[in-house]
Ligand binder design. Structure first.
Ligand SMILES: *[C@@H]1O[C@H](CO)[C@@H](O)[C@H](O)[C@H]1NC(C)=O
Ligand SMILES: *[C@@H]1O[C@H](CO)[C@@H](O)[C@H](O)[C@H]1NC(C)=O
Ligand SMILES: *[C@@H]1O[C@H](CO)[C@@H](O)[C@H](O)[C@H]1NC(C)=O
Ligand SMILES: *[C@@H]1O[C@H](CO)[C@@H](O)[C@H](O)[C@H]1NC(C)=O
Ligand SMILES: *[C@@H]1O[C@H](CO)[C@@H](O)[C@H](O)[C@H]1NC(C)=O
Ligand SMILES: *[C@@H]1O[C@H](CO)[C@@H](O)[C@H](O)[C@H]1NC(C)=O
Ligand SMILES: *[C@@H]1O[C@H](CO)[C@@H](O)[C@H](O)[C@H]1NC(C)=O
Ligand SMILES: [Zn+2]
Ligand SMILES: [Zn+2]
Length: 834
């Protein structure tokens, strides 16, 4: 146990650091003025960009147009940051390739019927109307035709008025690996706008429906930079065609304003231009109204710095073209109208569950191509036709409603698991309620459980305010975790109270031995104020000798003990003035709890920040956390060894807690479809379960063959061995228990009358009455000179217990007795705890 009286200095420092972080400084007003300057400047440039969006036509943006045409109809660039040709220097040469690749994906997802590309005329397969959901898959990187390096850009020149930070080094979001995984989350607007399509000869057509969407892409670049990049995207969705086009927007790329020019055709251009013209104007108007209150930049792609800033840092920009796959497998019998009806039934059931009989809800699938015009590369989702379908399936995921349902189920299951833990804990506490039994339980084992349950509670309590549709399951989890935390905490408090004298004794003992040693001859047990009240006499180190010294005090009843304790206090104060007797166990326990809360907070903060770490580092960290968490029986094993105690906790508790605490880990480590889309790690999970299993085996071995089985003598402090080998040759040394010593007792050999001599010589069992249950107790006594280490012997020894005062009982009887009282039932001498 750590030192109890030291104030938790790191915790205090951490606390003030947090406060300092959140208290606004004096320079805030000045900063706000500068910020609002920056903000109004940006809003002004948004207005200009909106005008450009309003005024341009299809074909105005055509990078790579030859000089002849450029002279007559313009140079093919737009006056939008990022779209300005020479001045920005983006690699727009690949725009045509991006469009072609997108159209290939679409034609693959909606294959031609009878040689006719129905997708082009918006008559292909029926699609999801609502694509809000999460999909995940792998990407492969393809270099663009031009390699762009950061030193080819002069951002101070192309985007003046800002102090660029870090533009002379590799930009953020620069994907350099060859492949990795991507998580794409799409959120669609509820309202769908209807527009009038162009004539069929202007194909491909957009399908007459459009809505705006926003998305979040998380791209893991494990093989390249090792980073995980997260970005926000804004764009539009044509539900009839299943096409989604989104871009990032930043100080150096007004992507959302130029988005219509990146679409596949004039029809797409016209529809998206109209939609964006009106929605963007609305957003800008709202921003203008509360520019001083709301400092977040609209359409910002940078998740870490969403505010207006005069010091931006450059990121690679992305344009995402995604084709949603038809939810129903292609089938020549069903007409598009019929499948549309089926999909409609599924969608309305998803949105308003009425229990209508619907088929299995199809998964959401998309294929995507991502183009970075400034860093010059492509990312494509991995899947057919370039890769065999068995290897990769593009991006696969769940509709939001299904995902939420999944989370709800998980939360409820977790709440059930935590309730199971509470049940087991109650069950254990019912058994462990006497000081003697509580003395056996490891404080640290229960601590680990309480800290983890506390963190669960903290997480649930934080989440519950923003839980929306998962509110009720989160509340259930919060409640269960609260119960588990408080009940575990109260158990911990009691254990602490019982075990506190132990650590004090140890400190006192250390001190008296390190002092000259003759300062006081009072045994350490008597010196502690709390010891008189506590039934627990002894430190682990209690050898029979000191407890015999203690014997008169124990025998003379309560009053003398109190007197002794009272006289001991000044004695103690004189001998050790720095040992403040003022701190009650309660205060000490509160200190510990405060420390646990900070540990929990720090761990949570680390875990949250680990989402941005290198994936390898993160998985090592998480595995390490799980490993430490699942090491929860190690302190108990240690305590069993130290106290020479065979078993402190019920088997039901040990096995049940192990399984219940492994279950949530198993979900994320094994189950591929987990709602966090975390990568599974079967090998790590096998190692974790093996680790837990090993601890349970050691606990079982301690129960069966003794707690110090395999521990070298001298490693653990000496403790009274309740199951000694009874040797014949010890008879004269007074080592045998009272009642077995008298060899010629008339009743002693009564059961052996019929036995043959040989057996009697090999294992002469003696018989005695157990004075607790008054039944016969058969004790094997080893012959002089015999080997004593046989396993059978070890089990036979488990049947009886010998006290330091040399009384002998049935193991069951004395263990039952010692739950309540640590005194010999016969002579009332104190017994060392089990
Ligand atoms: C752009 O918007 C203005 C009004 O804000 C409108 O008068 C004008 O016709 C629009 N231009 C185009 C090309 O639609
Ligand atoms: C481009 O737009 C800016 C304002 O955003 C304007 O100052 C500039 O004159 C425009 N350039 C051209 C060539 O139209
Ligand atoms: C992207 O990474 C490549 C390879 O490390 C590097 O050559 C290039 O300069 C980087 N591009 C940017 C814009 O940082
Ligand atoms: C970038 O442009 C600014 C302004 O035009 C100029 O002063 C600076 O020298 C340029 N830097 C480089 C590296 O070309
Ligand atoms: C949703 O679409 C409507 C109409 O198109 C628009 O007014 C509204 O601002 C959009 N909402 C969001 C959050 O984009
Ligand atoms: C689409 O899904 C979202 C989230 O699941 C839901 O809020 C919205 O009402 C749905 N919209 C339509 C048109 O189905
Ligand atoms: C853009 O919106 C303005 C009004 O906000 C409107 O006058 C103009 O015609 C719109 N332009 C296009 C191309 O829809
Ligand atoms: Zn008995
Ligand atoms: Zn006794």
């Amino acid at each position: 146990m750590p030192q109890l009286r030291r104030p938790p200095v790191p915790a205090v420092v951490f606390f003030f650091f947090i406060i300092w972080l959140f208290i606004p400084g004096d320079d805030l007003p000045a900063q706000a003025i500068i910020l609002s300057d920056v903000a109004s400047q940006r809003i002004k440039s948004y207005h200009d960009a909106l005008d450009i969006l309003n005024q341009t036509r299809w074909g105005d943006f055509a990078p790579g147009r030859d000089a002849e045409h450029a002279a007559t109809i313009g140079d093919g660039f737009l006056n939008l940051t990022g779209f300005r040709g020479e001045k920005d220097g983006f690699a727009w040469e690949d725009l045509e390739r991006f469009r072609e690749r997108g159209s290939e994906l679409s034609h693959y997802a909606v294959p031609p019927v009878d040689g006719q590309q129905l997708w082009d005329v918006a008559a292909g397969e029926a699609m999801w109307t609502n694509v809000s959901g999460i999909v995940q898959g792998d990407w492969v990187r393809k270099p663009g035709s031009v390699v762009k390096r950061y030193d080819e850009y002069n951002l101070t020149d192309s985007v003046p008025g800002l102090d660029w930070m870090g533009d002379k080094a590799d930009w953020a979001r620069n994907i350099t690996g060859n492949s990795g995984s991507i998580l794409l989350r799409v959120d669609g607007n509820k309202t769908i706008e209807v527009y009038e399509q162009l004539a069929v000869d202007e194909a491909p057509l957009g399908g007459g429906l459009i809505r705006n969407v926003k998305g979040t892409a998380t791209i893991e670049d494990t093989t390249g930079s090792g980073h995980t990049w997260e970005m926000r995207l804004w764009g539009v969705h044509w539900p009839r065609q299943g096409v989604i086009l989104m871009t990032t927007t930043s100080e150096k790329f007004e992507g959302i304003f130029g988005l219509p020019h990146l679409t596949p055709s004039a029809d797409y251009f016209q529809s998206s231009q109209r939609l964006l013209n009106s929605t963007l104007a609305g957003v800008i108007a709202r921003k203008e109204e509360n520019v001083l209150i709301d400092q977040t930049m609209p359409w910002n792609s940078d998740m870490d710095n969403p505010l207006y800033s005069a010091y931006p840092s450059p990121h690679c920009e992305f344009i995402v073209y995604a084709q949603v796959h038809p939810p129903l497998p292609q089938n020549h019998e069903t007409t598009p109208i019929e499948s549309e009806r089926v999909i409609h039934a599924i969608e309305s059931e998803l949105e308003h569950p009425l229990g209508a009989p619907i088929e299995k809800i199809p998964r959401l699938r998309m294929s995507t191509v991502i183009y970075s015009p400034d860093c010059g590369f492509f990312l494509e989702s991995k899947g057919p036709p370039d890769f065999p379908p068995g290897q990769a399936q593009h991006l696969v995921g769940l509709r939001n409603e299904v995902h939420v349902h999944h989370i709800k189920t998980w939360l409820l299951m977790y709440a059930l698991v935590v309730s199971g833990q509470v049940f087991l804990l109650k069950d254990q506490m019912k058994e462990t309620f006497t000081p003697s039994t509580m003395g056996r339980v490891s404080f640290w084992t229960i601590s680990v459980m309480v800290v983890v349950d506390g963190m669960t509670f903290l997480a649930a309590a934080t989440w519950v305010s923003s839980a929306a549709s998962t509110f009720l399951p989160t509340l259930a989890l919060m409640f269960a975790a609260f119960l588990s935390m408080t009940i575990g905490g109260s158990f911990l408090g009691k254990i602490h109270e019982v075990q506190l004298p132990e650590s004090r004794n140890r400190q006192a003992a250390d001190r008296t031995t390190s002092n000259s040693g003759n300062t006081t001859s009072t045994p350490s047990e008597g010196a502690t104020p709390g010891a008189g009240a506590s039934l627990l006499p002894g430190p682990v180190t209690a050898t029979p000798a000191p407890s015999r010294v203690n014997l008169p005090q124990g025998q003379t009843g309560a009053a003398p003990v109190v007197a002794d304790g009272a006289s001991a206090v000044p004695n103690l104060a004189r001998a050790e003035p720095e040992e403040a007797p003022t701190q009650t166990p309660r205060q000490a326990f509160q200190d510990i709890i405060v420390r646990y809360i900070f540990t929990g907070l720090c761990l949570s903060a680390l875990a949250i920040s680990s989402t941005t770490w290198y994936p390898v580092l993160r998985s090592i960290f998480l595995n390490l956390c799980a490993f430490c968490y699942l090491a929860l029986w190690v302190p108990q094993i240690y305590r069993n060894v130290i106290r020479n105690c065979r078993k402190a906790l019920r088997w039901r508790f040990v096995v049940g807690q192990s399984i219940l605490r492994l279950l949530p880990i198993a979900y994320f480590w094994i189950y591929k479809g987990n709602f966090l889309f975390a990568t599974t790690d079967l090998r790590a999970f096998a190692a974790l379960s093996a680790w837990l299993w090993l601890q349970i085996c050691v606990l079982a071995a301690q129960d069966m063959v003794g707690p110090r089985f395999g521990v070298p003598v001298g490693w653990a402090p000496e403790a009274w061995d309740y199951h000694p080998v009874l040797r014949e040759d010890n008879l004269e040394g007074g080592g045998l228990p009272i009642g077995l010593v008298v060899d010629d007792h008339p009743g002693l050999d009564r059961t052996h009358e019929g036995h043959d001599d040989q057996q009697k010589r090999r294992s002469p069992a003696r018989v005695i009455d157990c004075s607790i249950c008054r039944e016969i107790l058969e004790v094997p006594v080893v012959n002089a000179g015999d080997e004593t280490t046989s396993v059978a012997n070890a089990f036979a020894r488990r049947m009886y217990m010998v006290t330091p005062c040399r009384h002998i009982f049935h193991t069951e009887c004395l263990e039952g007795w010692m739950k309540f009282r640590l005194q010999c039932p016969i002579c009332r001498e104190e017994l060392p705890p089990l």
